[in-house]
Design a protein around this ligand. Structure first.
Ligand SMILES: Cc1cc2nc3c(=O)[nH]c(=O)nc-3n(C[C@H](O)[C@H](O)[C@H](O)COP(=O)(O)OP(=O)(O)OC[C@H]3O[C@@H](n4cnc5c(N)ncnc54)[C@H](O)[C@@H]3O)c2cc1C
Length: 367
């Protein structure tokens, strides 16, 4: 029997898996390779850090989703891919061959690369990815904060860093929070109006914003490019994400940053039997922001094209929207909305975000 491998349980694959339970693909064996038994939904992580959600509220368990689908789950990670040979190497050294491969593994925080830019990060930094590991470590920070006021430095001025700085402020009111934004503007991917809202929200919550770059981390301090040293007990590294190193040498066409180059059908530009969606991929026809929203949107199209590939039919293009609604939480029950040139702010935005996020989890929860 032909073999389809789904690599990673990212947003798009969660949709694929949930649909296969009721609409199976005939004549194909399917294997899911994903290291954790559940998918932690990143959009709710700031709410978890702020204390609005328990970790359990933010996860989709995989096993209930796979029940009665006949899909085999391997609790493993891919460490190498030979696309020409149609073979994956897993973290136990075993090889897994496939006829079709669909990749939705998300990005990584490349420890080696970050260590070069910020010596000491590996030993002293708290990394955001893998997000499962962060979810397990965060409660230790809150425990520590019960016995002493902590000095927290969030390194990275993108959406994740900004949301987390405000979430930490809310959760640990006696601790100090500094956001180290690096060279880029605060919230650089957003319009000037949203950037202003973000800067105001941070300042109003007593968060210190440093337009400086972290160049090293030692026990108790972060070294900055200006030469200053920032006293810090918890350096949280939120400096963005990179392409997984295991794609190098895979033979797949990659973009200049090492992400899988895909066409409008989410199909590899070099290997027609490989598909990819979410942050691990780059659409060459229409480069999209890396976001959970786009990863979710790709799910139905990905499933349709996997079904077409298995049936020997031509895939069809996926047309993502030009603008997506981005909702940035402010730690307390307020949030900022950004959609194209428009923005808004308030408690109602938080309630909308909470409703959207909880609905996402509910849609895919089978336990
Ligand atoms: C704190 C935070 C908050 C965010 N909030 C938002 C938000 O509100 N809205 C938004 O749109 N975006 C948000 N993002 C961005 C969002 O997290 C990413 O864009 C999104 O996770 C990408 O989804 P994905 O499906 O590509 O991959 P992921 O969600 O990262 O899923 C990848 C899956 O693949 C698995 N995997 C990883 N490596 C391997 C491997 N080698 N082999 C097998 N499996 C593997 C992982 O365990 C995981 O299950 C946020 C990010 C962070 C860090």
């Amino acid at each position: 029997m032909k073999h389809l491998v789904l690599l990673g349980a990212g947003h798009a694959h969660i949709h694929v898996l949930s649909t296969l339970a009721t609409q199976p693909l005939p004549g194909v064996q399917i294997t899911l390779v994903a290291p954790y038994p559940r998918q932690l939904y990143s959009g709710m992580v700031p709410g978890f850090v702020a204390g609005h959600y328990a970790l359990e509220d933010c996860v989709i368990q995989l096993e209930p989703l796979l029940k009665n689908t006949g899909i085999r789950w391997l609790a493993r990670s891919a460490t190498a891919l030979d696309a020409d040979a149609r073979s994956l190497t897993l973290d136990d050294g075993s090889a897994l061959s496939f006829d079709w491969l669909s990749v939705n593994t998300g990005p990584v925080q490349d420890r080696k690369q970050i260590e070069q830019l910020m010596p000491g990060a590996r030993e002293h930094g708290l990394f955001l990815r893998p997000i499962e590991a962060f979810g397990a470590l965060w409660p230790r920070v809150t425990e520590l904060a019960q016995s002493q006021a902590l000095r927290v430095a969030v390194i990275g001025g993108g959406a994740a860093g900004i949301e987390l700085a405000m979430a930490i402020r809310h959760r640990l009111p006696t601790s100090s929070v500094t956001l180290v934004t690096g060279e880029a503007a605060l919230g650089a991917n957003y319009t000037p109006a949203v950037q202003q809202r973000l800067a105001n929200a941070l300042t109003q919550r007593g968060i210190t914003i440093l337009s400086d770059s972290a160049v090293g981390i030692q026990l108790g301090e972060v070294a900055l490019a200006s030469g200053a040293r920032l006293a810090c007990d918890v350096p949280l590294i939120a400096t963005g994400a990179q392409a997984p190193a295991w794609l190098v040498g895979s033979g797949l066409a990659l973009d200049e940053q090492g992400f899988i180059a895909v066409d409008a059908c989410q199909r590899s530009c070099s290997h027609a039997y490989v598909f990819a969606a979410g942050d691990v991929s780059t659409r060459v026809d229409q480069p999209l922001a890396r976001s959970g929203v786009y990863a979710v949107r790709a799910g139905p199209a990905l499933l349709k094209n996997l079904a077409a590939a298995v049936a020997g039919l031509e895939p069809s293009p996926h047309l993502p929207p030009a603008n997506t609604l981005n909702l940035l939480s402010c730690g307390d029950e307020e949030a900022i909305a950004s959609w194209g040139p428009f923005s808004a702010q308030g408690r109602w935005v938080w309630r909308l975000k909470d409703w959207i996020d909880r609905s996402f989890i509910k849609r895919y929860r089978r336990d």
